[in-house]
Design a binder for this molecule. Sequence first.
Ligand SMILES: Cc1cc2nc3c(=O)[nH]c(=O)nc-3n(C[C@H](O)[C@H](O)[C@H](O)COP(=O)(O)O)c2cc1C
Length: 308
Amino acid sequence: MNSLHIAPVQGHTDAAWRHFHHEVYGGDALYYTPFIRAEHGDLRQRDLRDFSGPLNEGLNLEPQVIFRDGAELSILLSRLAAEGASRINLNMGCPFPLQMGKGRGCGFLSNTQELGNIAAILARHPELSFSLKMRLGMEKPDEWRGAIDALRDIPLRFVAMHPRTGRQQYSGDLNLDAFRNLLDEAPWPVVYNGELHTPDDIARVASEFPGIDGVMAGRGMLARPSLFAEFVAGEEWPREKRIDVMLDFHRRLFEHYRASLCGESQLLSKIKPFWEYAEQEIGRKPWKAIMKAGSMPKYLSAVALIRE
Ligand SMILES: Cc1cc2nc3c(=O)[nH]c(=O)nc-3n(C[C@H](O)[C@H](O)[C@H](O)COP(=O)(O)O)c2cc1C
């Protein structure tokens, strides 16, 4: 297996998260921006700030775009190329009802007409290389085949697959048979994404699918940010070390946002979500206390419970 990928998670893996994650845990995994949208004929300004800010310096980072047609895709590619991007990840997996319903993310998979147009748009950007992140489909687990056919002549660097449909959102059975079909049929390297929570989970997927190029972790990485460092080291870190390093990581995030945001409630609503997926790792009691914390002293004493 060649590559490790830290999945984009909107509202969580922002520039500060990526920066401090890399500062604390190191490694050479690929990071992504959460999806970048077109708005009023330009890049959405918030998305642009997340991609182009100084916190991204030195990071192995790929911006990700979400689009509903060739026109949006063209804007995104031209503007990101102008902002210095050299590679771009195409989102055909997002199941957020607002995006999917407008034909973006995994909603794009069933738009055969627009799918047919995008290869020509990608080919107009020889300065960019592309990768694809997708689900099996919006409704049915074989819709991915349309994208594979439409993009067959594009030398994608890889395709990352989360083997669920959009309707399943983020739970329910993973369709590993469909994943195996993709692995057999895709003309590009394939990256597995879904429910990797421990180094053993990664080892299991690598041995079940020896043909994959790499693995991608999202919620597992938010819950246990040492996941890839442990996998690369070939052994699990003791819980005490995991918690110590995780607290250091979250403290850096906290200090960064304390210096850059105004007011307690803005700060709280920014930093609490960083713990959202960590219930198992930090324990139910501190996790609930963090989620409930309505003031800074309550937040800080909730975080202190983690070590008890
Ligand atoms: C709250 C949330 C936001 C997400 N935002 C994005 C996104 O911006 N772009 C994207 O490609 N996937 C996004 N995802 C999907 C993840 O990248 C990943 O594919 C999915 O969570 C399955 O992997 P996991 O089981 O390792 O979490 C998001 C997932 C969640 C739960």
